[in-house]
Design a binder for this molecule. Structure first.
Ligand SMILES: Cc1ncc(COP(=O)(O)O)c(C=O)c1O
Length: 432
């Protein structure tokens, strides 16, 4: 792999050390880059600064968790104050009550909530709640949807047809029925009589490249669940608090039975949560269900730690101001329209998808609506070249294989205009 035109010598040295002690030199494979990861030293607003002194505009924003950008002023002082009086009590405290009340206030289907530390964990608990409630074991997940790395959900994220991690028991995988996204008839055919505990769905597919569900599709899933007795679970780890104060369920006006939250909820700290109907959530109530085999266990050393709870509470309170959404969503629309226009001017085979403050560039012949259309004609080489080109122009996002971009309140029109101009430059240097 050719060296980048950027000076990233110190990153290279860190990578050489990292490879000796971290498998592949990273803590998450998607953070790897060619020829090696770039090591970040500090971040502020929508900018990242690496160890070699390069400055980048960031469209990855901590995996989409940082709606207010890096280290927002309104949070930093409050968090420092909290750290001084305790990072982790391991007992009950007011901040977890405040954040739970705020989630119930904002998320339309939330009557009760429990906190954990990651989206993966939250999805695991949502599946457990659904299984306990319905007394069914099989679950339905959608092709191309990513829910983290829980064994039962780590399947059909890509089109390889192979198991997507080593170490997944084959019996476990058989319990998960793979369903087609944005295809109600296909879903009905697949689920037949309805022995599924839940249908778990991303209202906007994230890692497949910000492909939104059609509203009618989500409504149809609601009806299917009502008819078959399966629970409808929305994985709103990305869309929660990003698409609207009440997330995708507010945006699409479809209420799930359970909702999985993460990312923005933690105000920049590790978090996950499950919320939903009282009767389902109360299966976690050990006072009401004293028999261990009749309640759904949930716990965790760091669950509900005061730093995350405080950061989450302050963040969510801020998000009651709808002006914030007008700003980030109009920037998103500007980016989608502006970049698509450049492709059309040049008759360049590419499509911009997304909704709200998320957009993705797909070098495909057709506009993707699901995993198949996002991959069938995808020009992977060009996708990687775009990543490299933008990186060399001090624009950062992940991954090289999926050109998807998050926006924050810290991004301005100028950033989006710069991105549109760079994309134009990129395509004008290449024919179609
Ligand atoms: C939709 C969705 N669900 C679940 C997860 C897993 O969350 P975490 O990485 O916090 O485990 C992610 C992570 O990106 C996600 O995008």
């Amino acid at each position: 792999m050719e060296e980048l035109s950027l000076n990233i010598g110190k990153s290279k040295k860190l990578f050489d050390r990292a490879r000796k002690v971290l498998p592949a030199g990273v803590t998450y494979s998607i953070r790897d880059l060619e020829p090696h990861p770039i090591y970040i030293k500090k971040a502020s607003g929508c900018y990242l600064y690496d160890v070699d002194g390069n400055k980048y505009t960031d469209y990855w924003l901590g995996h989409g968790a940082l709606l207010f950008g890096h280290a927002p002023n309104f949070l930093v002082k409050e968090i420092v104050d909290q750290i001084e009086i305790g990072t982790h009590y391991g007992y009950s405290h007011e901040l977890e009550v405040l954040l739970a009340e705020q989630v119930v206030k904002m998320v339309p289907s939330a009557e009760m909530v429990r906190f954990m530390n990651s989206g993966t964990e939250a999805n695991m608990y949502a599946v457990r709640l659904a299984r306990a409630f319905t007394k069914r074991e099989k679950i339905g997940k959608f092709q191309g949807n990513w829910h983290g790395s829980y064994d039962f959900l780590h399947k059909a994220v890509k089109t390889t047809g192979k198991t997507e991690s080593a170490g997944l028991p084959s019996k476990v995988i058989k319990e998960t029925v793979v369903l087609p996204y944005n295809d109600l008839d296909g879903v009905k055919k697949k689920i037949g009589g309805g022995e599924l505990a839940c249908l778990i769905v991303e209202p906007v597919m994230g890692s497949t490249g910000f492909i939104p569900a059609e509203k009618e599709f989500l409504k149809g899933l609601r009806e299917i669940c009502d008819e078959t007795g399966s629970l409808l679970v929305f994985d709103e780890v990305i869309t929660g608090f990003r698409l609207a104060p009440g997330g995708a369920q507010e945006y699409f006006n479809v209420k799930p039975d359970l909702t999985v939250l993460g990312k923005i909820l933690g105000g920049g700290f590790p978090v996950g949560a499950v919320c939903g109907k009282k009767e389902i959530m109360e299966q976690m109530d050990h006072r009401k269900n004293p028999e261990p085999n009749e309640r759904v266990f949930h716990g965790g050393t760091f669950s509900g730690n005061p730093v995350t709870m405080k950061a989450g509470y302050i963040t969510l309170k801020k998000l009651e101001d709808r002006e914030i959404y007008n700003h980030i969503n109009s920037l998103g629309a500007k980016a989608r329209e502006g970049i698509q226009e450049k492709f059309e001017e040049k008759n360049f085979e590419a499509h911009v998808t997304g909704v709200g403050s998320m957009f993705c560039i797909h070098f495909t012949k057709e506009k993707p609506v699901d995993l198949i259309t996002a991959t069938r004609t995808k020009n992977l080489e060009l996708t990687k070249e775009l990543h490299r080109f933008l990186l060399e122009n001090n624009v950062m996002y992940l991954t090289p294989e999926t050109a998807h971009f998050f926006l924050s309140t810290e991004h301005r029109s100028e950033h989006v205009e710069e991105l549109i101009n760079l994309t134009q430059k990129f395509i004008s240097e290449r024919g179609n």
